[in-house]
Design a protein around this ligand. Structure first.
Ligand SMILES: NC(=O)c1ccc[n+]([C@@H]2O[C@H](COP(=O)([O-])OP(=O)(O)OC[C@H]3O[C@@H](n4cnc5c(N)ncnc54)[C@H](O)[C@@H]3O)[C@@H](O)[C@H]2O)c1
Length: 256
């Protein structure tokens, strides 16, 4: 066991969707902890802003404009990471179509929107995990952290494509964990509760905020800061015997 069980310094951590919201906070937290975040984000301007923010604080980051739904784009991002650092320690499959989704019944979801949510959220996670696996296997170690959602155990209505995509993440995590265990690659999922970020969410209003908080054991808003400890833990030596799990981080809103 390494001296500091929670040390992630020097680790190369790919964070998809790091241009805003929770992904941005993960990136800032890893940089602050001495890790090297690789920002894999589709929005070039937001990507550059987060990289500049990290550098202004004395951290190091690699910004690679990436569409996680495109195999070529994902391959180029992984190649750029390996060119720059020669290794990939951690992948956080965080990118998703989420904040922009309007609330509606499943039978009113347009076919194109259904496909887009499933493609980015499921296929994007599969593509990124597949692309980092050869380097992790060659290194004989790695961590994949897939972001699911507390909407899955609750079957939250109004976003069936999103909830379906996040349920797929749980199944994907279990299979990946079994298939990569012999390579010493741990694969886990995190299920956040509704988390307030700097981004306005298409489907949230004050009543919804209050309703969600009342369902929690810890009745307060959740912020990205509430998730960072769990994510850093899953990226650190301290969690080396945890794999295949989905960890709810939501103030006790759900119990798995
Ligand atoms: N905020 C919450 O309440 C909450 C709750 C549970 C789970 N989550 C999950 O946490 C993660 C982050 O949530 P958030 O609130 O920051 O979401 P968000 O919608 O604010 O941010 C998502 C980010 O992913 C990027 N992205 C979208 N499509 C992409 C693509 N094809 N390639 C690369 N990047 C792409 C977006 O540009 C954006 O920067 C998501 O997986 C979300 O489903 C969020």
């Amino acid at each position: 066991m390494e001296n500091n069980r929670f040390d992630v310094s020097g680790r190369v951590v790919i964070i998809t969707g790091a241009g805003q919201g929770i992904g941005r906070d993960y990136a800032l937290a890893f940089a602050e902890a001495g890790a090297i975040p690789v920002l894999a984000e589709i929005n070039g301007e937001k990507l550059r802003n987060v990289a500049a923010e990290i550098e202004a604080k004395g951290g190091q980051a690699l910004a690679v404009e990436t569409d996680v739904g495109s195999p070529d784009s994902v391959a180029a991002m992984v190649a750029a990471t390996l060119d720059a650092y020669g290794k990939i320690d951690v992948l956080i499959n965080n990118a998703a179509v989420f904040a922009t989704i309007p609330q509606r019944k499943f039978y009113e979801i347009p076919y194109e929107e259904w496909n887009k949510v499933l493609h980015v959220n499921i296929t994007g996670s599969y593509l990124c995990a597949s692309a980092v696996t050869p380097a992790m296997r060659a290194a004989g170690q790695g961590r994949i952290i897939n972001i699911s959602s507390g909407t899955v155990p609750q079957g939250v209505p109004g976003f069936m494509h999103y909830v379906t995509s996040k349920a797929a993440i749980v199944g994907m995590t279990r299979v990946m964990a079994r298939e990569l265990g012999d390579d010493n690659i741990n694969v886990n999922a995190v299920m956040p509760g509704y988390t307030e970020t700097e981004v306005a969410h298409a489907s949230m209003d004050p009543d919804m905020h209050a309703f969600i908080q009342q369902k929690r054991i810890l009745k307060r808003p959740e912020t990205p800061d509430d998730l960072i400890g769990t994510i850093l833990f899953l990226a650190s030596p301290a969690s080396s015997f945890i794999t295949g799990q989905s960890i709810a981080c939501c103030g006790g809103e759900v119990m798995l």
